[in-house]
Structure formats: structure tokens, C-alpha cells
Design a protein around this ligand. Structure first.
Ligand SMILES: [Zn+2]
Length: 54
């Protein structure tokens, strides 16, 4: 039971902000640090994998 998650997150930068983005279409809030955006991405992956598919 090790299916690949459809949630592939990346971070992108916009000006002086960074934000997380997922292959499912989700985007995180703009952060002032890339580290923070990464945390958002990780949190999204964790919660998205627990939630039932919709
Ligand atoms: Zn996602």
C-alpha cells in the first residue's frame, strides 16, 4: 500500500514572497520565507493524504 501521492508540492517565488504549490491545484499563502512555504507544503501533503479522496 505504497501508492504515490497525487500531491506533489513545490515552492515558487513571487517577488520577495514564496508560496507552496501542489500538483492537485492547491496553493499556500504567500510567505516571506521559503522555509515557511515549505512548511505549508509539508502540512498540506500530510493533511491531504489523510483526507479521503473527493
Ligand atoms: Zn495537494
Amino acid at each position: 500500500m505504497h501508492e504515490q501521492s497525487p500531491h506533489h508540492t513545490t515552492t515558487m517565488e513571487r517577488g520577495s514572497f514564496a508560496m507552496a504549490r501542489c500538483s492537485c491545484g492547491w496553493t499556500g499563502p504567500a510567505r516571506r520565507s521559503r522555509e515557511r512555504a515549505r512548511t505549508d507544503a509539508a502540512a498540506h501533503e500530510a493533511t491531504a493524504q489523510q483526507a479521503p479522496a473527493h
